[in-house]
Design a protein around this ligand. Structure first.
Ligand code: ZN
Length: 369
């Protein structure tokens, strides 16, 4: 008889427990066994085993103790931010912004480079590889890999840019992930910029954004969804393409062939020097998304949001207040991304961290199919 050890599911349970403890510890405060046992609904003995595993791998460490009466003092534990690193690259048509981040998603170093919009996939991968090697030399801790966030649509499973109606045609159909993997020989994740941004925001604020949308206004307009704790990709990896939601029947012509898409209405309002109208377009998009998927947090990010954030926040809060009937008492918080220009690069780095140490429900990466 062959002795096959059924390690798969058991290992996955252990991984889930480790991830859950790391998620609590990522909030920053030192944690005690009893508190963790409460949070995870497991025994303190089980917590001891989990902590031993995490400490053996250098991910957590003891962090002093305190006494709250007679008996043994309570030992405290904390995460070791410098134990792991991940690189994140934010790619647009004209530039590359890269960061290396620690285990908590904190940015340690940055790297910027210009991108020729006409670059083909191979030349582009050269630029990405150079940035990765440069950043790999910064900071301590085991380097887990590199994440790339780029304008979509992107298939995160194959790491392929699916092309779009904007001018990124040189990359269409290229598996940036496979090319970069061959060049670097380290794990590579490639995803849509807005999904990367949302993963980054939720990595640094565990549990807060389990039901959230992130609306990103960079060169285009997009969104990402996290529902019941899971980042949503959709059947064609196109979930969250909010930029082509029609907000104005018979409105401005959009490169996608229709009229009145949110993205073209938003950009043309900004071009006309009318940030108020642009904010209203965003508010309509946000209200529609909230109506559709029922989230309790909306995060706004991207360069053009930051430029006009006051007007934008006001318009969105107003639209939500009016749009969600008072009687329903739905509370939706509108937040501005905390990461500024690092939003997508840091998010791409956090996708690598989440892939390695995130809760299993959020492990939607290349290995999940
Ligand atoms: Zn369109």
């Amino acid at each position: 008889m062959s002795a096959v050890r059924p390690t798969g599911p058991l290992d996955r349970v252990a991984g889930a427990h480790d991830a859950a403890v790391l998620a609590v510890a990522r909030r920053g405060e030192p944690v005690a066994r009893a508190g963790l046992a409460d949070a995870l609904q497991v025994t303190p003995q089980a917590i001891s085993k989990i902590l031993t595993r995490l400490m053996d791998r250098g991910l957590m460490t003891e962090s002093g103790s305190y006494s709250s009466g007679p008996g043994k003092p309570t030992t405290l534990y904390r995460i070791v931010p410098g134990s792991r690193r991940a690189i994140g690259l934010h790619l647009t048509r004209s530039r590359l912004h890269g960061v290396v981040a620690d285990l908590t998603g904190q940015v340690l170093e940055r790297h910027d480079a210009g991108i020729d919009p006409d670059l083909g996939a191979a030349a582009l991968v050269d630029v990405l590889a150079r940035a990765t090697r440069e950043l790999a030399g910064k900071g301590d801790g085991e380097l887990l890999g590199v994440g790339v966030g780029m304008p979509g649509p992107v298939d995160p499973v194959s790491g392929t840019h699916l092309g779009s109606t904007s001018s990124t045609e040189g990359w269409r159909g290229a598996s940036i992930r496979d090319l970069l993997l061959a060049e670097l020989g380290m794990p590579v994740l490639v995803d849509h910029d807005s999904r990367a941004a949302l993963v980054g925001e939720s990595w640094s604020q565990p549990g807060l954004l389990d039901n959230s949308v992130l609306v990103l206004a960079e060169e285009g307009l997009g969104a990402a969804l996290r529902l019941d704790g899971t980042i949503v990709h959709g059947a064609h990896s196109r979930a969250g393409e909010a930029g082509h939601m029609v907000v104005q029947m018979g409105g401005e012509p959009c490169p996608c062939g229709r009229r009145g898409c949110a993205q073209v209405e938003y950009l043309s309002a900004l071009q006309d020097g009318d940030p108020g109208r642009a904010a209203e377009v965003l508010a309509t998009v946000v209200l529609n998304l909230v109506r559709l998927v029922d989230v309790d947090r909306v995060v706004l990010g991207g360069r053009s949001v930051h430029e006009h954030h006051r007007a934008t926040m006001e318009a969105i809060r107003g639209a939500l207040e009016q749009g969600l009937h008072e009687g329903e008492a739905l509370h939706v918080e509108v937040l501005l991304s905390t990461r500024g220009a690092d939003l997508i690069a840091a998010g791409a780095a956090c996708q690598v961290l989440e892939h390695e140490y995130g809760l299993p429900t959020t492990l939607v990466g290349p290995d999940s199919r």
